[in-house]
Design a protein around this ligand. Structure first.
Ligand code: ADP
Ligand code: MG
Length: 625
């Protein structure tokens, strides 16, 4: 029998390998743009025709190549960026595999022009099917121009596989944006079929974001910036009102590389949790810089996933940095984004929000840096902040519920503590503080809405949503160490539960204790209710517990929240006065006072609006006045 194994000819091997790197025009665009960035260019121009199917050209003013390098760069595994395996763990460049140009040369007709500053002439090379067709000196300025024509001309199956021009162009634009976004100090332009699609002057990141994502963000960006020994994060998040119904304007970069990470996305969703509606997506452009040895970028060349040494730290860090930033913005919406030193040292989010992150993160060394002095996150009670609190500290109130403890905000998560009365949806001048609840005659409509007027207009408050917010914050304060008073039952009630409910209730007992419930296990499936919150109607303790468990289990599918958080939300939801309930002047008044003493009065814990503002001048306009 003859031997049958043969080595593949180079050009076929190259074509096969190219398929890994260059799947569509956009992949080539990404590689060429990254090469230009790696070459230190400050001016990078991308030209495409027919969505890259006919032509993709990148012209840069980077360092260029020598005549020999110009030849070499098309060889597989030809790279100037790493020399040994150790270098892999210190990658600072976008490329390092030395595969892109070899791949492109295998599946397109390529024309390279390149010149180094110190050389008198540049080099022109034409290459096709991985074969050099022509090489000659050329007169040109410093830099490199690579044009690739007729992508997949020699691999018809792949060419046929390409999508319509609009769809391929969309991919190209996505890649273009990802590179352009992370290098605002570089000029970028994109020209498609003779039309300039992007023209991005050099500038700050903020300017670049607005150039790319549009003017709507121009005054709506909140700066995020935190440093630690382990990692730095910087960038911008959109104010809550810019949240959109579709994911889209969301960018994470790790060491300037665009990445997709469901995990980090989740951290962001959590950070925005209270501020935007559940089904909408916040805008963000965030850069994480960390020691390259902490990540593994040596994954598939076109994959945008990345492996972190320690994902939990990154999660906690991202989340707290963003919460910190949002809190600062809420404290003072007029502050500029160039944050000064006093702002940076304000009390802010110094720990993750939920119990789960808290315990996982607090064991990490990073978390310890949060709680140590001289760290960006370290908390000192700044006097600047005090008067904010005084202004919004609740006045003496009448009792429609349990009276508030004297320092109700003490146990609030820091992000919320920093946002006294912050109204994230309305301009500052219409803040509820301008409304004098004290002297207003309040009006209840449909047994559901409360109308509160002032000189500038009126607020329409949804009573159930309002009460849910009030209770939620009160409960949060309680479980953080300001327990709600308990009224001991004269005749302790026993309650028998299913085994599942027993497990659930046992998990919640200690938190429930802070919330005013004194419940003790009594035998296998039985509990004794010794006391209930002082403000809860006596006599129906049993139903209250049963309902609470039911609601809690309903929330249980939501893995996003910690046990405690679910408990607080269930209780707040369950105990809030319902829409359709008539309440007295006094009750309305107390409810509103409580509401506007909340850290986040404008939305319910689940993100529903609590009130809407009607401005008088706008009403006047509606009536032609
Ligand atoms: P990698 O970027 O992984 O090194 P490439 O195949 O993309 O591999 O490029 C090979 C080499 O060619 C690079 O290491 C670099 O030295 C050189 N090169 C590519 N593009 C440019 C450019 N625009 N300017 C200067 N040198 C370049
Ligand atoms: Mg490269």
């Amino acid at each position: 029998m003859p031997d049958i194994i043969q080595l593949l000819p180079d050009n076929i091997a190259n074509q096969i390998a190219a398929g890994e790197v260059i799947q569509r025009p956009a992949s080539a665009v990404k590689e060429l743009l990254e090469n230009a960035v790696d070459a230190g260019a400050t001016d990078i121009r991308l030209i495409v025709q027919d969505a890259g199917k006919a032509l993709i050209q990148v012209i840069d003013n980077g360092k260029g190549m020598t005549e020999i390098d110009a030849r070499m760069c098309f060889e597989r595994h030809a790279t100037s960026k790493i020399k040994n395996i150790d270098d892999l763990f210190h990658i600072k460049t976008m490329g390092f595999r030395g595969e892109a140009l070899a791949s492109i040369a295998a599946v397109a007709q390529v024309e390279l022009k390149t010149k180094k500053a110190e050389d008198t002439a540049g080099t022109y090379i034409e290459i096709e099917n991985s074969q050099v067709k022509k090489q000659e000196p050329v007169a040109m300025e410093q830099g490199t121009s690579i044009a690739m024509k007729n992508l997949f001309f020699n691999v018809p199956a792949r060419r046929n596989f390409l999508k319509s021009n609009p769809s391929e162009l969309r991919h190209i634009i996505d890649e273009f944006i990802r590179v352009a976004m992370s290098f605002p100090e570089v000029f970028f332009s994109l020209n498609s079929n003779g039309q300039e699609v992007f023209h991005l002057e050099r500038g700050t990141l903020k300017q670049r974001i607005v150039q790319i994502l549009g003017n709507t963000y121009s005054s709506k960006l909140v700066s995020v910036q935190e440093k630690s020994d382990y990692m730095n994060i910087y960038g911008f998040v959109g104010k809550p009102e810019t949240a959109k119904k579709t994911r889209g304007d969301q960018y994470f970069f790790v060491n300037n590389r665009f990445i997709k990470s469901a995990y980090l996305n989740h951290a962001m969703t959590n950070a925005f949790d209270e501020m935007i509606a559940k089904d909408s997506f916040a805008m963000y452009v965030l850069f994480i810089d960390l020691d390259p040895s902490q990540i593994d970028i040596n994954v598939h060349p076109t994959k945008q996933e990345i492996k972190f040494e320690d994902e939990k730290i990154i999660y906690a860090f991202v989340q707290s940095a963003v919460k910190h930033a949002l809190a600062q913005f809420s404290v003072s919406p007029t502050l500029d984004f160039e944050l000064d030193a006093t702002i940076q040292s304000l009390d802010a989010v110094n720990k993750p929000f939920t119990d789960e992150n808290k315990s996982s993160a607090s064991s990490s060394s990073l978390f310890k840096t949060f709680t140590q002095k001289n760290q960006a996150h370290f908390i000192e009670n700044k006097s600047e902040l005090k008067h904010w609190k005084d202004v919004y500290e609740p006045s003496k109130k009448e009792d429609y519920r349990q009276p508030a403890t004297d320092d109700r905000s003490a146990g609030m998560p820091n992000a919320e503590r920093l946002t006294p009365n912050a109204n994230t949806f309305e301009p500052l001048h219409i803040l509820p503080s301008a409304f004098s609840i004290e002297h207003s005659a309040l009006l209840q409509l449909h047994n559901t809405y409360i109308v509160l007027q002032n000189d500038e207009g009126f607020l329409l408050v949804h009573q159930q949503n309002a009460h849910e917010r009030v209770l939620y914050e009160r409960f949060t304060t309680a479980v953080a160490g300001k327990p709600i008073a308990t009224q001991r039952s004269l005749f302790p009630v026993t309650i028998e539960l299913t085994p599942v409910d027993v497990l659930v209730l046992n998990e919640l007992l200690s938190d429930l204790h802070f919330l005013g419930y004194q419940i003790e296990a009594f035998g296998k499936n039985t509990f004794v209710i010794q006391g209930t919150p002082a403000d809860l109607e006596q006599g129906n303790e049993k139903t209250a517990i049963e309902k609470m468990l039911e609601q809690y289990k309903h929330f249980s599918n939501d893995l996003k929240y910690s046990k405690r958080e679910k408990l607080l939300r269930s209780l707040a939801w369950q105990q809030a006065i319902k829409a359709g309930t008539a309440i007295s002047q006094k009750e309305m008044k107390t409810l509103l006072e409580d509401l506007f003493a909340c850290a986040t009065p404008n939305i319910t814990p689940n993100g529903k609006p609590v009130y809407t503002t009607f401005k008088k001048n706008e009403l006047d306009k509606m009536f032609g006045r």
